[in-house]
Every structure is written in C-alpha cells, then in structure tokens.
Design a protein around this ligand. Structure first.
Ligand code: TYD
Length: 138
C-alpha cells in the first residue's frame, strides 16, 4: 500500500447559509466525497484527554468531519507525519487507505463524524504500529 500522508487532503464541503443556521449536504455520486459512502458513524461523549484511532486500515477510505467542536488528527505513512486540526463542520479530511491515524485534543462536546467506503470489518484493521510498518513494506 503506497499511500502517503500527502494523498490526504482537506475537502471544503458545500454550505447552504441561512440566518437561522447552516446546512451541509453530501450526496453520493456528486464527486464531493472521493469514494462511494457505505457507512456513516460518529464519535461523541469523548472524555477530556482521551485519544482515539491508533490504527490503520488496509482498504478503507474515510472522510472525517468535526460536526461539532474540534480535534486533531495525526496521519503517519511510516515515513512522514502530518497533523490536521478540524474545527469547522464544512471541512472534511479525506484519508486514503494505508495510513496510521490518531485522533486527540477533542474539545468538550466534540462530534467526530466519519463517512467510510465500506461496512465495518475487523479484518481491515492494522492495530499495532509494527504490523502497520510491515504492511507498508509489502
Ligand atoms: P474502533 O474503530 O477501534 O474505534 P477507535 O479507533 O475510534 O478508537 O472501534 C471501537 C469499537 O466500536 C470496536 O470494538 C467495534 C465498534 N465499531 C463498530 O461496531 N462499527 C463501526 O463502524 C466502528 C467504527 C466501530
């Protein structure tokens, strides 16, 4: 898996502005998300100081949005690390497969919304950093 942290990017999402509040809508097939969305999940009630992630995926592509609050995502391709701060609901971080990721610095009440290219599969996870580095060598 040859993906590098430079294959990840921040995507600006469409925003329908209204004085009564904004709406961001993402439709499959409109080319906003660079994969077909098969699953949506979100992290919430994250205790202060907690970190999440600390794994990589073999095939899964994801778009991560701070639907509320803010948090940091550090990506690692085995050679280079890159940290993004997400703090606006109209930006998403696209992550290709094959990157180690860690999420931390969650603000109080943060909601981390994730769109994913496949249903949940245990087999797609690389849960130790050593197994990730081995995988990247292949
Ligand atoms: P995990 O992806 O390890 O969470 P994180 O990397 O954010 O710390 O998932 C934690 C648990 O949640 C795992 O035991 C299985 C469950 N889970 C699902 O059932 N479906 C899902 O789509 C996800 C992402 C997790």
């Amino acid at each position: 898996m040859k993906s590098s942290v430079y294959d990840s990017s921040i995507i600006e999402l469409p925003k329908v502005h209204n004085v009564a509040g904004n709406i961001t809508a993402i439709n499959n097939g409109e080319g906003i998300v660079p994969f077909e969305v098969k699953r949506l999940y979100y992290l919430y009630d994250i205790p202060g100081g907690e970190s999440r992630g600390a794994h990589a995926h073999k095939k899964l592509e994801q778009l991560i949005i701070a639907a509320s609050g803010s948090f940091d995502i550090t990506l690692d391709d085995g050679l280079t690390r890159r940290t993004f701060q997400l703090s606006r609901p109209y930006y998403g971080l696209y992550m290709p497969a094959g990157l180690w990721r860690e999420l931390n610095n969650f603000s109080s009440g943060a909601i981390c919304l994730v769109m994913a290219s496949a249903k949940y599969s245990k087999k797609d996870y690389l849960r130790s950093y050593d197994s990730f580095l081995n995988y990247k060598k292949v």
